[in-house]
Write a protein that binds this ligand. Sequence first.
Ligand SMILES: O=C(O)CCC(=O)C(=O)O
Ligand SMILES: [Fe+2]
Length: 396
Amino acid sequence: MIDSSPPLLHHFGELARLSPQIPAPECNDLPSGTVVMKECCQLPLIDLGCLNSTTEREPLACAEAICRASSEWGFFQVVNHGISPELVRNMRREQVKLFQTPFDKKATCGVLNNSYRWGTPTATCPKQFSWSEAFHIPLSKVSEQACYGEFSSLREVMVEFSAAMSKLARVLAGVLAGNLGHPRGVFENICQENNCFLRLNRYPACPVSPEISGLVPHTDSDFLTILSQDEVGGLQLMKDSKWVAVNPNQDALIVNIGDLFQTIYPVTSLHSPHSVRQHEFWWLVEDWFASVRQSGLESHIRPMIVLVLVKYHLNDVWLAFWNPTEAGAKEAILPFVYTVITLVGPKMEKFVEIPFLEPEMFTSPDSKPRHRIIRSTICPLLLGSRERISNPISVF
Ligand SMILES: O=C(O)CCC(=O)C(=O)O
Ligand SMILES: [Fe+2]
């Protein structure tokens, strides 16, 4: 099988092997993003349609909400932003197609201005390593035919998408400039093609450890970032010194006030650190256990369920479950199996029984040790079993 994924596993393994000998420099002094957590946050949600209202009050209230969210969070989401769902869908479709290209070709064929990157070339330890691949293209190059080679259907969508996103960036920059007492045009001028970049990100499934980030904690060094993401979720941000997950909202785009803007804009929490974590599959496991407990079936099924084990190795997936033979057990685990199949179905190649897991590991009367075992043994394998894509536009 031709592999489209970059050799993340190999590079990560090398880092893990070398890192005890190399002291790990601090990562921008940002707090580690490795704490697995479940807390979610609702970012302020702003309806940009109000900016076009003919009343006097609504556009003012909307601008005020944008400025408040920028100062208090450094992040907010916008709906009615003018980028049609169809355009977003087309962009994602083309993006998926591009990333499905064999790795060697992505790395060498010069597509999108030769802007293909993966992992973290400068990482000296696993903690600094980002489990992702990306294209990062200046808007001034987006319409150049030469950037696309055989990917001609990508060009049309990229041109339309980046035009729509930069128009939105100009609107937002104008509102923020207005709030600082500048004429709108001052910041609108920075949203020119030469200062804007479009990134196409992909966060492949990560089979290694829940400690790894799709994108390590960072702040954006630009003025503004506007992010379109798929429904998988994984973006986390620092709020009041705690990492919280951002719930994906398919109708919304996420706006991030970058470092440059923060030098002139009064943001309460000086930076807006954020990171991307691969899909935290163990939430699903926990939810499933909770529903089993509620159903009263727990004691009945406990002795035989060892859970579904999904193992990724390159593009192969083995889905296994152990001995669900006792009456009622199959029914009880079916919802969970179904969810797993939905998530990994397209990649699933074979079912195998795993005889080596001891059921006792999961039958402790105290659920806490059991959860610990699940987290430390199975969930790392499950974690990241769903890949994610996003496309931020950055304005410098
Ligand atoms: O993909 C995401 O959710 C965030 C991407 C990001 O932070 C970046 O590209 O700077
Ligand atoms: Fe970022």
